[in-house]
Design a protein around this ligand. Structure first.
Ligand code: UDP
Length: 388
């Protein structure tokens, strides 16, 4: 049983590591990251730039947001518990920790002069949320409230929150605009909606301003190959199809063949993660000018069926992708397509990378290198040949 550190012990450890950053893993202090001010050559950090805390910054969307914030001359500081991804190589200050650890959060806010928080951390697997709602309410709501309270305690009044199209449930009409009814079909969507509502009440009551993004299906990878999708547990369609194209899996299951769509498979609106990331930089700029709470869809307005995605992957990769018909996945709506005119109008968001071809090509380029099998050393190869 690992030792749980109390606040005094954390205090002592931080004091011992004077000027550096304590990194936690599984509740244990693991290692320290070099102080970016003292070691500017090693870490992307310019003390004259505004600091932005990115929760979940090690993850798929988070790592792209971090790249976009760097491009916008901001200092991203990542806090992530690494529950579903490894440490990314983004070269900015990085704290491993859970958002429910008030002591760690307080230290981060004390140490850095945080100007805004981009809150992406959370549990994201729809099917798991149906089986383990308690995990989702804890990670996506309870931990988030702790973050909000910490922001208020430290006078940080700008929040960008990553919500989801899952708040809508089965569409009553498509494309779905922000005024569409919110009737989540699964605990994941419910936690996203509940947290949006909590944020709205905090904005009314306190000095807090927020932009909340309801992402449709984030897809694709950094066009320069610096980041991409690499979860420990992969459930998303496009990377699963790549796993088959890359021979990591024998076949891909298609969940549901009897949806009321042209080919019977479910339709989603795939939007490039670099465009999503850009929206976050625009949102931070908006909160420099405007106060209040703003909710935006991020999607393209065009949907593709699961079968169309598989076909496109076959075309781009020129590889075979065997499919298996499977029953519907619990909690999945048949179609989700966004109307995101509001974000385009109010934030000036342009979807520069979100055509399906760019999405699949950038994601495949990333996947091939991120999941390349290590080259077999020459001696081992010789042994293998000898034994067969
Ligand atoms: N899907 C599928 N096989 C898979 C993964 C996903 O058929 O291995 C389907 C899923 O049922 C949904 C669509 O692909 O209709 C997109 O699923 P994903 O998990 O990528 O994103 P979600 O829409 O659930 O956020």
């Amino acid at each position: 049983m690992p030792h749980a550190f109390n606040s005094q012990e954390i205090e002592d450890l931080l004091a011992k590591n004077n000027g550096q950053y304590l990194v936690f893993e599984n509740d244990q202090p693991k290692f320290v990251v070099l102080d970016p001010v003292r070691y500017p050559h090693f870490v992307n950090f310019d003390k004259n730039r505004p600091n932005v805390l990115v929760t979940g910054g090690a993850g798929y969307i988070g790592s792209h947001v971090v790249l976009e914030l760097l491009a916008a001359n901001l200092n991203p500081i990542i806090i992530d518990n690494l529950s579903n991804c490894a440490v990314p190589n983004l070269g900015c200050p990085f704290i491993v920790g859970d958002l429910e650890k008030t002591e760690v959060l307080d230290k981060v806010f004390e140490q850095y002069n945080i100007q805004a928080v981009v809150h992406l951390a959370g549990s994201i697997i729809v099917e798991e949320s149906v089986l383990l709602p308690e995990k989702y309410f804890h990670n996506n709501v309870v931990a988030g409230i702790n973050l909000l309270n910490t922001m208020l305690r430290h006078g940080v009044n700008k929040l960008i929150y990553s919500s989801s199209a899952a708040v809508y449930g089965s569409p009553r009409y498509v494309p779905i605009d922000e005024n569409h009814a919110t009737e989540p079909l699964n605990p994941y969507g419910e936690t996203k909606l509940i947290f949006e509502k909590i944020v709205n009440w905090y904005v009314k009551a306190h000095d807090l301003n927020a932009v909340m993004f309801r992402y449709f299906n984030a897809a694709g990878a950094d066009p320069h190959g610096r980041a991409g999708e690499k979860h420990f547990i992969e459930t998303h369609l496009i990377p699963r199809v790549f796993q088959v194209a890359n021979k990591e899996l024998d076949s891909v299951k298609i969940f549901g063949h009897d949806y009321p769509t042209a080919d019977g498979t479910a339709i989603r609106d795939y939007v490039h993660v670099a465009d999503i990331a850009k929206a976050h930089a625009l949102a931070i700029a908006k909160l420099e000018e405007d106060t209040g709470s703003f909710t935006y869809n991020i999607g393209t307005g065009k949907g593709y069926s699961v079968q169309e995605i598989v076909d496109k992957v076959v075309e781009v990769t020129e590889r075979m992708v065997p499919i298996e018909q499977h029953e519907r996945r619990a909690g999945d709506p048949p179609i989700l397509v966004a109307d995101s005119k509001k974000a385009q109008k109010e934030l000036g968001l342009e979807l520069k990378h979100s055509d399906l071809d760019t999405i699949i090509r950038t994601a495949w380029n990333w996947h091939k290198q991120a999941f390349a099998k290590p080259a077999v050393p020459v001696e081992e190869k010789a042994e293998e040949t000898a034994s067969t």
